[in-house]
Ligand binder design. Sequence first.
Ligand code: ATP
Ligand code: MG
Length: 334
Amino acid sequence: TPRVFSGIQPSGNLTLGNYLGALKRFANSQNDGIESIFCMVDLHAITVWQDPAALRHATRELAAGFIASGIDPQKSILFNQSQVPEHTQMAWVFNCVARMGWMKRMTQFKDKAGKNAEQASLGLFGYPALMAADILAYHATHVPVGEDQKQHLELTRDIALKFNNDYGVEFFPITEPVIEGAATRVMSLRDGSKKMSKSDPSDMSRINLTDDADTIAKKIRKAKTDPEPLPDTADGLEDRPEARNLVNIFAALNDQSVDQVMQEMGGKPFSEFKPLLADLAVEKLAPISVEMARLMQDVAEIDRILTDGSQRARAIAHPILRQTYDIIGMVPPV
Ligand code: ATP
Ligand code: MG
């Protein structure tokens, strides 16, 4: 039976990239009746230092972001990773399955560690093993994510395959990444070669789900572009990363294909296209940010939702961890 799992780090403000690449699509599986498990991956967030008060706030606000984006905590399981110890227990097993060489090829580690990899935390290096544990502790079959997580999901499959092979079992499923839509990789508004990220130091590089209408309009107005008007068709966007990014965002926000957007917008100068994009972004995002703010007024309720979700998550993950321990030869409690 299919089971969906995905996670988001409480490592800053939710961005338009998180919304279009992940959150907006999460509600689909839930509404299709597929069992869906969504995690605030707080233990991933601390692979780079987080201010404790800010982390706690970001975790609750992330939960509010999930709910405001249409995830129903009754239908789906919504919880934070640190409340379910099976994630780290499973991650240890996978640390012993994954190979150093596999980890060294991970481009996210290289991007995040930068030039000074020796100073990166061991956790940042091992991040993909914890991510594999997040997914496989639920025997999840489908993982909706943005493009940037493709490599980590391939590693998850490699870990599952190697475990099954090493122990001669067919225990862990080979998980399918689900990367679809017009905005699987939303780019920075300041640099068309970098993805939009909540941990980017420049606030102008991204649209936050908590930004007000004026801020959204200003960020889009100032978004980097080339001086030419939009091309007539989608083909003309190929070598124009900034223009393509804005068109992709428009398409994803408006549930249109890029070709449909170009039929209407082709040939327009940015001075005309940007205000239309800003209006659309405000129209689609304002209700979410209003709902997030409303939910954040009752933090105790959010904490109850996460606690309840964690108990339901644990009921699934605990037996899978016990079976894993059994397969690898641990003596169980009597
Ligand atoms: P950080 O900078 O701390 O890594 P992030 O913005 O990359 O934050 P994550 O928590 O790492 O967010 O990722 C959460 C989900 O959002 C993942 O499914 C990821 O693929 C997706 N995602 C992140 N950035 C983008 C983006 N720019 N476009 C589309 N999807 C994205
Ligand atoms: Mg990320």
